[in-house]
Design a protein around this ligand. Structure first.
Ligand SMILES: Nc1ncnc2c1ncn2[C@@H]1O[C@H](COP(=O)(O)OS(=O)(=O)O)[C@@H](OP(=O)(O)O)[C@H]1O
Ligand SMILES: Nc1ncnc2c1ncn2[C@@H]1O[C@H](COP(=O)(O)OP(=O)(O)O)[C@@H](O)[C@H]1O
Length: 178
């Protein structure tokens, strides 16, 4: 069993990569679970906001969920912004989690803006819809110091990034089993 943490800014491609790689892994008879930050924020983590403490607690809980899936999956992926090195390291120490930095340049994210969050973060401060703590714009994202893999989604199609991720997972699993 491997736990993977995909970390990166909103819209970088964490969910796309997790969802994209799942059927490829299942074709290899591997069982896969995806734990998506955005989804759990509506259930288990709905009491949490976006302060540093709450984001750390969010990831801690997602780590516990991942661990609870250990007997029913071969590969468990946590897809959350997960912006702080300390909690990423905590998961690594506790569960042997591997870190994938899903990297994307801000200008590309502004163009994608699938949820309209970047537009809101760039509004003037008095605007009622202004978002004050969007990671990467007006809130902290600590770049992972030693990720196991970096996938830069800025300038390549999703299919290519999924393939890079898939090959990494197969390599990691082979060395994990040997
Ligand atoms: N202020 C602010 N900053 C970042 N993200 C925000 C914010 N407000 C709402 N959202 C939405 O919440 C999703 C991020 O939740 P996460 O659980 O992944 O965040 S974290 O790991 O606790 O930082 C994130 O989902 P993704 O777009 O899938 O990353 C956003 O849709
Ligand atoms: N190389 C790529 N890898 C992943 N997503 C990409 C790539 N190129 C473009 N995209 C697009 O970027 C968006 C990423 O959204 P999403 O996966 O929800 O991001 P996140 O989960 O990090 O918030 C999707 O619309 C996806 O189609």
């Amino acid at each position: 069993m491997m736990i993977i943490q995909l970390t990166g800014l909103s819209g970088a491609g964490k969910s796309t990569l997790a969802v994209g790689v799942k059927p490829l892994l299942e074709k290899q008879s591997l069982k896969v679970e995806i734990i998506d930050g955005d989804v759990y924020r509506k259930t288990l983590c709905k009491d949490l906001g976006f302060s540093k403490e709450d984001r750390m607690e969010n990831i801690r809980r997602l780590g516990e969920v991942a661990w609870s899936f250990k007997n029913r999956a071969d590969i468990i992926m946590i897809a959350a912004i997960n912006p702080f090195e300390a909690i990423r390291n905590e998961l690594k120490e506790k569960y042997g989690t591997k870190t994938i930095w899903v990297k994307c340049e801000i200008p590309v994210l502004l163009k994608r803006d699938t949820k309209g969050l970047y537009k809101r973060a760039l509004l003037h401060d008095e605007h009622p819809d202004k978002l004050f703590n969007l990671t990467g714009v007006n809130d902290t994202y600590e770049v992972p110091a030693s990720p196991d893999l970096v996938i830069d989604t800025s300038g390549e199609p999703a299919s290519q990034s999924v393939l890079t991720f898939y090959e990494f997972l197969l390599r990691s699993r082979a060395s994990y089993l040997s």
